[in-house]
Design a protein around this ligand. Structure first.
Ligand code: URA
Length: 234
Protein backbone atom coordinates (compact mmCIF):
# COMPACT_ATOMS: atom_id res chain seq x y z
CA UNK A 1 0.00 0.00 0.00
CA UNK A 2 1.41 3.38 -1.03
CA UNK A 3 1.22 6.24 1.48
CA UNK A 4 -0.68 9.42 0.58
CA UNK A 5 2.69 11.17 0.22
CA UNK A 6 3.96 8.51 -2.21
CA UNK A 7 0.76 8.70 -4.23
CA UNK A 8 1.04 12.48 -4.38
CA UNK A 9 4.64 12.23 -5.66
CA UNK A 10 3.53 9.71 -8.29
CA UNK A 11 0.69 12.07 -9.28
CA UNK A 12 3.24 14.82 -9.70
CA UNK A 13 5.19 12.60 -12.11
CA UNK A 14 2.01 11.98 -14.14
CA UNK A 15 1.42 15.74 -14.21
CA UNK A 16 4.96 16.33 -15.52
CA UNK A 17 4.33 13.76 -18.22
CA UNK A 18 0.97 15.30 -19.21
CA UNK A 19 2.46 18.81 -19.33
CA UNK A 20 4.56 17.89 -22.32
CA UNK A 21 2.04 15.57 -23.96
CA UNK A 22 1.85 15.70 -27.75
CA UNK A 23 -0.28 12.62 -28.35
CA UNK A 24 -2.99 14.72 -30.03
CA UNK A 25 -1.13 16.96 -32.50
CA UNK A 26 -4.01 19.41 -33.00
CA UNK A 27 -4.67 19.87 -29.27
CA UNK A 28 -0.96 20.17 -28.49
CA UNK A 29 -0.62 22.86 -31.16
CA UNK A 30 -3.63 24.94 -30.12
CA UNK A 31 -3.60 24.71 -26.31
CA UNK A 32 -2.13 27.41 -24.07
CA UNK A 33 -1.85 25.14 -21.02
CA UNK A 34 -2.38 21.50 -20.17
CA UNK A 35 -5.14 21.49 -17.56
CA UNK A 36 -4.19 18.46 -15.54
CA UNK A 37 -6.64 18.92 -12.67
CA UNK A 38 -6.56 20.51 -9.24
CA UNK A 39 -7.46 19.97 -5.63
CA UNK A 40 -6.74 17.53 -2.84
CA UNK A 41 -4.50 14.73 -4.11
CA UNK A 42 -5.95 12.42 -1.43
CA UNK A 43 -9.61 13.40 -1.88
CA UNK A 44 -12.52 11.08 -1.17
CA UNK A 45 -14.54 12.90 -3.80
CA UNK A 46 -13.49 13.52 -7.38
CA UNK A 47 -15.28 15.30 -10.22
CA UNK A 48 -14.58 14.56 -13.87
CA UNK A 49 -15.79 17.00 -16.50
CA UNK A 50 -15.38 17.01 -20.26
CA UNK A 51 -12.50 19.24 -21.35
CA UNK A 52 -11.04 22.65 -20.53
CA UNK A 53 -12.71 25.70 -22.06
CA UNK A 54 -11.12 29.05 -22.89
CA UNK A 55 -10.77 30.25 -19.27
CA UNK A 56 -9.35 26.95 -18.09
CA UNK A 57 -6.90 26.88 -21.00
CA UNK A 58 -5.64 30.36 -20.03
CA UNK A 59 -5.39 29.74 -16.30
CA UNK A 60 -4.33 26.09 -16.33
CA UNK A 61 -7.07 25.19 -13.84
CA UNK A 62 -10.29 23.21 -14.32
CA UNK A 63 -13.75 24.72 -13.99
CA UNK A 64 -12.82 28.36 -13.47
CA UNK A 65 -15.54 29.87 -15.73
CA UNK A 66 -19.31 30.11 -15.21
CA UNK A 67 -19.75 26.34 -14.92
CA UNK A 68 -17.00 26.33 -12.29
CA UNK A 69 -18.75 29.03 -10.29
CA UNK A 70 -21.88 26.90 -10.28
CA UNK A 71 -19.86 23.87 -9.20
CA UNK A 72 -18.38 25.92 -6.33
CA UNK A 73 -21.87 27.03 -5.27
CA UNK A 74 -23.27 23.48 -5.32
CA UNK A 75 -20.28 22.29 -3.29
CA UNK A 76 -20.77 25.09 -0.79
CA UNK A 77 -24.44 24.14 -0.41
CA UNK A 78 -23.35 20.71 0.82
CA UNK A 79 -20.65 22.14 3.07
CA UNK A 80 -17.64 21.39 0.88
CA UNK A 81 -14.94 23.52 -0.67
CA UNK A 82 -13.00 22.99 -3.85
CA UNK A 83 -9.83 22.41 -1.82
CA UNK A 84 -11.40 19.26 -0.34
CA UNK A 85 -12.10 17.54 -3.65
CA UNK A 86 -10.13 16.82 -6.81
CA UNK A 87 -11.43 18.15 -10.13
CA UNK A 88 -10.24 16.82 -13.49
CA UNK A 89 -11.48 16.37 -17.04
CA UNK A 90 -11.60 13.62 -19.66
CA UNK A 91 -9.34 15.73 -21.91
CA UNK A 92 -6.47 17.70 -20.44
CA UNK A 93 -6.29 20.10 -23.41
CA UNK A 94 -8.92 22.47 -24.76
CA UNK A 95 -10.48 21.35 -28.05
CA UNK A 96 -10.38 24.32 -30.45
CA UNK A 97 -13.63 26.32 -30.36
CA UNK A 98 -14.82 24.06 -27.53
CA UNK A 99 -15.79 21.35 -30.00
CA UNK A 100 -16.63 17.92 -28.60
CA UNK A 101 -13.72 15.65 -27.67
CA UNK A 102 -13.01 13.14 -30.47
CA UNK A 103 -12.89 9.40 -29.80
CA UNK A 104 -9.16 9.19 -30.62
CA UNK A 105 -8.45 12.10 -28.23
CA UNK A 106 -10.47 10.49 -25.44
CA UNK A 107 -8.57 7.25 -25.97
CA UNK A 108 -5.19 9.02 -26.05
CA UNK A 109 -5.91 10.98 -22.86
CA UNK A 110 -7.67 8.26 -20.87
CA UNK A 111 -4.49 6.88 -19.33
CA UNK A 112 -3.93 10.19 -17.49
CA UNK A 113 -7.40 10.05 -15.99
CA UNK A 114 -7.05 6.42 -15.00
CA UNK A 115 -3.70 7.18 -13.34
CA UNK A 116 -5.30 10.09 -11.49
CA UNK A 117 -8.08 7.85 -10.18
CA UNK A 118 -5.61 5.14 -9.21
CA UNK A 119 -3.35 7.56 -7.32
CA UNK A 120 -5.95 9.81 -5.67
CA UNK A 121 -8.04 6.80 -4.57
CA UNK A 122 -11.42 8.58 -4.36
CA UNK A 123 -14.42 6.75 -2.89
CA UNK A 124 -16.90 8.62 -5.06
CA UNK A 125 -16.39 9.98 -8.57
CA UNK A 126 -18.99 12.38 -9.95
CA UNK A 127 -18.95 12.13 -13.72
CA UNK A 128 -20.20 15.45 -15.08
CA UNK A 129 -22.12 15.00 -18.33
CA UNK A 130 -21.95 12.42 -21.09
CA UNK A 131 -18.28 12.20 -21.94
CA UNK A 132 -16.90 11.28 -18.53
CA UNK A 133 -19.94 9.12 -17.72
CA UNK A 134 -19.56 7.05 -20.88
CA UNK A 135 -15.79 6.77 -20.50
CA UNK A 136 -15.69 5.67 -16.86
CA UNK A 137 -18.75 3.40 -17.10
CA UNK A 138 -17.42 1.88 -20.33
CA UNK A 139 -20.92 2.05 -21.81
CA UNK A 140 -22.71 4.41 -24.22
CA UNK A 141 -25.80 5.01 -22.02
CA UNK A 142 -26.45 8.74 -21.77
CA UNK A 143 -26.50 11.00 -18.73
CA UNK A 144 -30.24 11.70 -18.75
CA UNK A 145 -30.92 8.00 -17.98
CA UNK A 146 -28.17 7.68 -15.40
CA UNK A 147 -27.89 10.89 -13.39
CA UNK A 148 -28.38 10.59 -9.64
CA UNK A 149 -27.80 6.82 -9.47
CA UNK A 150 -24.56 5.73 -7.85
CA UNK A 151 -23.05 2.49 -9.13
CA UNK A 152 -20.00 0.63 -7.96
CA UNK A 153 -17.43 0.06 -10.72
CA UNK A 154 -13.92 -1.30 -10.72
CA UNK A 155 -11.45 1.25 -12.04
CA UNK A 156 -7.89 0.00 -12.14
CA UNK A 157 -7.61 -2.23 -9.09
CA UNK A 158 -10.16 -0.45 -6.90
CA UNK A 159 -13.91 -0.39 -6.54
CA UNK A 160 -15.30 3.13 -6.61
CA UNK A 161 -18.79 4.62 -6.61
CA UNK A 162 -19.51 6.42 -9.87
CA UNK A 163 -22.19 9.05 -9.48
CA UNK A 164 -23.26 10.53 -12.83
CA UNK A 165 -24.49 14.13 -12.72
CA UNK A 166 -25.64 16.62 -15.32
CA UNK A 167 -22.81 18.84 -16.49
CA UNK A 168 -22.96 22.25 -14.74
CA UNK A 169 -22.46 24.04 -18.08
CA UNK A 170 -25.64 22.41 -19.41
CA UNK A 171 -27.54 23.13 -16.19
CA UNK A 172 -26.58 26.83 -16.30
CA UNK A 173 -29.11 27.50 -19.05
CA UNK A 174 -31.86 25.00 -18.21
CA UNK A 175 -33.63 25.69 -14.90
CA UNK A 176 -35.18 22.20 -14.63
CA UNK A 177 -31.78 20.60 -15.18
CA UNK A 178 -30.27 22.85 -12.55
CA UNK A 179 -32.88 21.75 -10.02
CA UNK A 180 -32.14 18.10 -10.83
CA UNK A 181 -28.41 18.69 -10.54
CA UNK A 182 -28.92 20.40 -7.18
CA UNK A 183 -31.12 17.56 -5.90
CA UNK A 184 -28.56 14.96 -7.04
CA UNK A 185 -25.80 16.99 -5.37
CA UNK A 186 -27.69 16.95 -2.08
CA UNK A 187 -27.23 13.16 -1.93
CA UNK A 188 -23.45 13.40 -2.06
CA UNK A 189 -22.87 13.65 1.72
CA UNK A 190 -24.85 10.40 2.14
CA UNK A 191 -22.81 8.65 -0.53
CA UNK A 192 -19.56 9.82 1.02
CA UNK A 193 -20.65 8.47 4.38
CA UNK A 194 -21.19 4.94 3.02
CA UNK A 195 -18.58 2.30 3.74
CA UNK A 196 -15.92 1.91 1.02
CA UNK A 197 -17.46 0.16 -2.00
CA UNK A 198 -16.51 -3.44 -2.65
CA UNK A 199 -19.18 -4.88 -4.91
CA UNK A 200 -18.77 -3.90 -8.55
CA UNK A 201 -22.12 -3.70 -10.34
CA UNK A 202 -24.10 -2.74 -7.23
CA UNK A 203 -26.44 0.21 -7.56
CA UNK A 204 -27.12 2.37 -4.51
CA UNK A 205 -30.90 2.68 -4.56
CA UNK A 206 -32.29 5.12 -2.04
CA UNK A 207 -33.70 2.59 0.54
CA UNK A 208 -30.40 0.66 0.62
CA UNK A 209 -28.60 3.93 0.97
CA UNK A 210 -30.65 4.89 4.00
CA UNK A 211 -30.09 1.50 5.66
CA UNK A 212 -26.39 1.65 5.04
CA UNK A 213 -26.24 5.17 6.36
CA UNK A 214 -27.27 4.10 9.82
CA UNK A 215 -24.15 1.98 10.02
CA UNK A 216 -21.84 4.36 8.22
CA UNK A 217 -19.12 6.35 9.88
CA UNK A 218 -18.61 10.07 9.28
CA UNK A 219 -16.25 10.71 6.40
CA UNK A 220 -13.26 12.87 7.14
CA UNK A 221 -12.69 15.31 4.32
CA UNK A 222 -9.93 17.35 5.88
CA UNK A 223 -9.09 20.33 3.67
CA UNK A 224 -5.67 20.55 2.06
CA UNK A 225 -4.26 24.05 2.06
CA UNK A 226 -2.89 24.00 -1.48
CA UNK A 227 -5.75 23.73 -3.91
CA UNK A 228 -4.40 25.12 -7.13
CA UNK A 229 -2.81 23.04 -9.83
CA UNK A 230 0.76 24.13 -9.22
CA UNK A 231 0.40 24.32 -5.45
CA UNK A 232 -0.76 20.73 -5.46
CA UNK A 233 2.76 19.58 -6.11
CA UNK A 234 4.78 22.01 -4.00
N1 URA B 1 -16.25 22.30 -18.61
C1 URA B 1 -15.57 21.16 -18.38
O1 URA B 1 -16.03 20.09 -18.69
N2 URA B 1 -14.40 21.26 -17.79
C2 URA B 1 -13.86 22.40 -17.42
O2 URA B 1 -12.77 22.37 -16.86
C3 URA B 1 -14.60 23.57 -17.64
C4 URA B 1 -15.79 23.51 -18.24
Amino acid sequence: MQSAADRREALKAVYEQARGCEKCPQLAATRTTVVFGAGNADADLMFVGEAPGANEDKQGLPFVGQAGKLLDKLLEEIGLQRSQVFIANVLKCRPPGNRDPRPNEIEACSDYLHRQVELIEPRVICTLGNFSTKLLRGDPTGISRLHGRAEVHTIGRRAVRLYPLYHPAAALYTPSMLETLRADFQRLPELLALPAPDQPGAIDEIPELEDALEAAAETDLAPEPDADQLGLFD
